[in-house]
Design a protein around this ligand. Structure first.
Ligand code: FPP
Length: 239
């Protein structure tokens, strides 16, 4: 069985990429879609089983309307144009985040790809749209209160983790990548990143390549994950 390997990416830097070229920010996002295609394609060969991409945060509604509309259109176009390729490549797509504030046609496109790709086992691609990790945690806490006592008395961390993950079930994040130079999580997968390895690069998202992705994964493979315990060597020494 393939070892689960969940990579999450904060795709930052589209706006700066465009501005530096004297282009409107929207063209940076458009260039970012090409990077999404390359990275999604490269993921399975790097051993990635789940890839979560941060496409639109709950706070991104505060951007100028023209940029918000452009992003919604790009997401819609991407889902419609790449749906067949997903299914053929054995990928499964799910959305995480709120759906009730999205344009109805985008929700329709999401639901169509989710249904068509439901059997995909090669890669689980999760796209975070109108997403806030803190809101997801609050929602999970409310759901928790509504659980029958018998369920709530099981292993609490596991049960709560399942509530946070919601319908778009996913294991904890192993590797969190952020492009664009900032070193912060920005309300992305806060619960799931409890023991994630973090990898930051100055490269702006439209310039991020398969080689950059492979370098991040290679770096991850060299790290020793202790989950709060000791390394194997330290454990032997401790007797
Ligand atoms: C952050 O860069 C990026 C976003 C808010 C949007 C990300 C969207 C895409 C890459 C395209 C659509 C996605 C998919 C999955 C098809 P920024 O605009 O904040 O960049 P800046 O920090 O340079 O201003």
């Amino acid at each position: 069985m393939t070892q689960p390997f969940h990579v999450a990416i904060s795709m930052d830097g589209n706006g700066r990429w465009a501005t530096r070229r004297g282009l409107p920010r929207g063209l940076g996002h458009k260039a970012g879609v090409q990077t999404v295609r390359r990275i999604v394609e490269a993921a399975p060969d790097l051993g990635v089983t789940t890839l979560t991409l941060f496409a639109f945060s709950a706070n991104n509604w505060n951007r100028p309307q023209v940029e918000v509309d452009g992003l919604m259109m790009l997401l819609d176009a991407y889902l419609r144009s790449d749906a067949r390729r997903f299914v053929e490549s054995g990928a499964r797509l799910t959305l995480i985040g709120r759906r009730d504030r999205l344009p109805p046609s985008l929700v329709q496109a999401i639901e169509a790809v989710e249904a068509a790709s439901a059997g995909g086992r090669r890669l689980h691609l999760r796209i975070a749209i109108d997403y806030s990790a803190r809101e997801e945690i609050v929602r999970a806490a409310n759901d928790w209160r509504a659980l029958p006592a018998a369920v709530a008395t099981g292993p609490a961390l596991d049960a709560f983790s399942r509530l946070v993950a919601g319908a778009a079930d996913a294991e904890a994040v192993d590797l969190m990548i952020r492009t664009g130079g900032e070193k912060r999580l920005s309300d992305f997968l806060l619960w799931e990143c409890a023991y994630a390895e973090l990898w930051f690069t100055d490269t702006l998202w439209p310039d991020f390549t398969e080689a950059g992705f492979a370098a991040a994964v290679e770096d991850f493979r060299r790290r020793e994950r202790r989950f709060g315990g000791l390394s194997a060597g330290e454990q032997r020494a401790a007797g």
